[in-house]
Design a protein around this ligand. Sequence first.
Ligand code: Q9C
Ligand code: ZN
Length: 347
Amino acid sequence: MLAVWSGRHAGHDPQHEVQFGERIPIYEVPARAEAIRAALEADGGFSLVGPRDHGTGPIEAVHDPAMLRYLEEAWRDWEALGRGGELVPHTVLHPGLREGMGPAAEPSTPAGRIGFWCFETMTPIVAGTYEAVRAAADVGLTAADAVLGGERAAYALCRPPGHHAARAVFGGYCFLNNAAIAAEHLVRETGEPVAVLDVDYHHGNGTQQIFWERGDVLYVSLHGDTRRAYPYFTGSPEETGAGRGRGATMNVPLPEGCSDDRYLDLLDRALEAVAGFPGETLVVSLGLDTLAEDPITDLALTLDVYPEIGRRVGALGRRTVVVQEGGYHLPSLGEGVVGFLRGVGGG
Ligand code: Q9C
Ligand code: ZN
């Protein structure tokens, strides 16, 4: 299987996230991507290639161009103030602030701008962030191109991840929504509907928002029930899309301690929705943070289940782009990803 990867992810290397007012070591680290790459290389069944530069067009087809401009300028503007370290918001544009008063304008200072574009405190910007997020988008797009070129499946080792980034806001370790950018690229290139299946532990609020009113992109997600789990404010089963997108969003909440068997049962429901949706192309947002050992989540999946999840996804028989999202238990990441991909590929 073709696996697309870029070394430029390593420039996004913040040391901390801010959790409940405390600076703790960040979970979303460069070693994640290195562990996965090492496992792909050791396996021998993958050809690793670099990304092709797609420019800003496919990104701006999904994200507000002003947010992309912000990401490009953020670090330079921060440094121009004589600041360094890591750029994290202290004031965020909560909707209640301007209730009944219309939209806010983007502020002019770095402190104001980051709270206009970022929704939380776990997604710091550092010197190499912009280069890394552009590379991650290109990694996803290049894997999509492989599938457009006739490959049955391709893997995009994206880092940083993407599914929490919406059209005009970023957070949740994510800046650009790599899976949504790839899915939109596939819709435009094929002229056909595309399904997105999100198996990261967390609800892909960004992907859901981007395709909420789209009837030609299905979004199906299994995730820790957001009544207890991040990102808290999206992901309920009542959310099914709107307008032309009515019925093209499906959320399957998972209970705390969810076992392999229970997970596979619920997965089958999600896969039924994909099978009933037109089109031949599937994008999978793959997170390994469903694993029992993951340090930030609460399910009970074992490493043995990922090949079976992959096998059931592969059995849909669709051209499949697998995009890397989360997964924070470093010792298991490589085996989990390789197992899933081998399942998709039918071996
Ligand atoms: N105690 C992805 O997996 N932290 N993003 C939640 C942890 C943020 C995860 C609190 C989780 C974001 C792509
Ligand atoms: Zn996640």
